[in-house]
Write a protein that binds this ligand. Structure first.
Ligand code: KE4
Length: 434
């Protein structure tokens, strides 16, 4: 429903936001949704279909958030909805193993060559938290290495120099994380192997593992430079530490087998999430049998979850991966991602706007800067004010982007030629008004 002068009306969203703020902190169940960094109020969503979202005022948007990555098939994909409805008709949770979990486990293991076993959990946070505990249990060591600006969920030890919402909110190291826990986390600079090696030279015998986003997506998109990931593999081998590749965002997004297949690097443990749940709460961590067999009930590393491997989420995940394996799906996805990114670059150049776009596969992000963005420091130096203005203008045009320059934008299989063309018209109009 368009307001006067074609200005979107957001009366019900505003009212819904006031209501929500009375009973939910910030009115949202995850901070970045509050859109504080761009000075906007969040839209309350009524429904999604394909590449579109409708807010509660009836305004339609082309969606480039895709629930922060999971909706690679687009909203309400018929095969996903049908699978979830059929599963729900048989009950929603049993707290007991089901054959569908084994089927999904085989699909995930087939996708990641370095994986021999996998365990399902309910969120990416759980997956990375559990993978760290497993690395510590496997090595008997306490320290972990992470990278400034990378986000791996909100478990205490990983909320140190974190990205995503922690960056957006300006709290990279959260209150409430005990200093003793934070001290177990060493922080290196992304794409800077020397910063990693210096940590290992100082503390290598105490480092259980390195956890890395193989393509950073939580400081905006930052690709690994040549040799960076293999360098992490080599230093972990040298010191007997585990390499944990966090593919929660990149898994099935930059390639069916994630960034580890794209960049040919072999982790000891892999975390995945988002897409494997098809929009329902499901994530996973997996790796070599020798490590995974240390997990309870087989071994001494405890990890558990009431709803882990939930039948509805497993059904959504299985349906999603089966569609992704169909011929040509990734060709179309990447073709349209390239069309969009090339088009935005062309328009920005024509309008003389200093805009850097980092893209890997079907994820990309926009930095209002003219320099290369290869780490958190350079991402942070991009113009936040211009980003906020661009976000607002695009939303007025009917395009729904992530409300933070430290997030990624995602395409779905439903973003076709016509949608890309329409998006580029909106980009041209928005950049012209910056
Ligand atoms: P969840 O616990 O949010 O399911 O996953 C945590 C996580 C782990 N690893 C990576 C690489 C991730 O990107 C994430 C979560 N991503 C953010 C978006 N940047 C989730 C959005 C939010 O926090 O609301």
């Amino acid at each position: 429903m368009q307001g006067k002068n074609n200005v979107l009306t957001m009366v019900r969203s505003e009212e819904a936001f006031l209501q929500a703020q009375e009973v939910i902190p910030g009115g949202v169940d995850s901070p970045v949704r509050a859109a504080l960094a761009v000075g906007a109020n969040p839209l309350f969503i009524e429904r999604g279909e394909g590449c579109y979202l409708w807010d509660v005022d009836g305004n339609r948007y082309i969606d480039y958030v895709g629930s922060w990555g999971p909706l690679i098939l687009g909203h309400a994909h018929p095969k996903v909805i049908d699978a979830v409805c059929r599963a729900a008709g048989k009950g929603t949770s049993f707290g007991a193993p089901t054959e569908a979990e084994t089927l999904l486990a085989r699909e995930v293991i087939d996708a990641f060559p370095a994986m021999e076993m996998v365990r399902f959990v309910n969120s990416g946070t759980e997956a990375t938290m559990s993978a760290l505990r497993l690395a510590r249990g496997a090595t008997g060591r306490d320290l972990i290495v992470k990278f400034e600006g990378c986000y791996h969920g909100h478990s205490d030890g990983l909320l140190v120099a974190a990205g995503s919402g922690a960056l957006t909110m300006g709290t990279p190291t959260s209150a409430g994380v005990p200093a003793a826990v934070a001290r177990q986390t060493l922080v290196a600079r992304y794409n800077d192997l020397e910063s990693v090696r210096s940590l290992f030279q100082a503390r290598g015998s105490d480092i259980a593992g390195v956890i890395v986003e193989p393509v950073a997506g939580n400081m905006g998109v930052v690709a690994p430079q040549e040799g960076f990931l293999q360098g992490l593999r080599d230093v972990c081998d040298e010191y007997g530490s585990l390499l944990i590749i966090d593919e929660v965002m990149t898994g099935f997004r930059v390639a069916y087998g994630g960034a580890q297949v794209l960049f040919d690097v072999e982790p000891d443990l892999t975390c995945c999430g988002k897409i494997i749940g098809g929009g329902l709460p499901l994530a996973a961590f997996g790796g070599k049998r020798a490590y995974m067999s240390l997990l309870a009930p087989l071994g001494p590393v405890y990890q558990a979850g009431t709803l882990s491997g939930n039948p509805l989420a497993v059904a959504a995940g299985l349906a999603t991966l089966r569609v992704l394996k169909e011929p040509g799906v990734y060709d179309g996805l990447f073709l349209h991602a390239d069309m969009l990114v090339d088009g935005i670059r062309r328009i920005a150049a024509q309008q003389g706007v200093a805009l850097r776009i980092n893209q890997v596969g079907a994820m990309f992000s926009l930095f209002f800067t003219d320099g290369e963005v290869t780490d958190y420091e350079r991402a942070s130096s991009s113009d936040a004010g211009l980003f906020a203005r661009f976000y607002a203008l695009m939303r007025e045009e009917g395009v729904y982007c992530a409300p933070s320059r430290f997030e990624s934008l995602f395409l779905s299989c439903c973003h076709d030629d016509a949608v890309i063309e329409k998006t580029l018209e909106c980009v041209a109009a928005s950049l012209a008004k910056l």
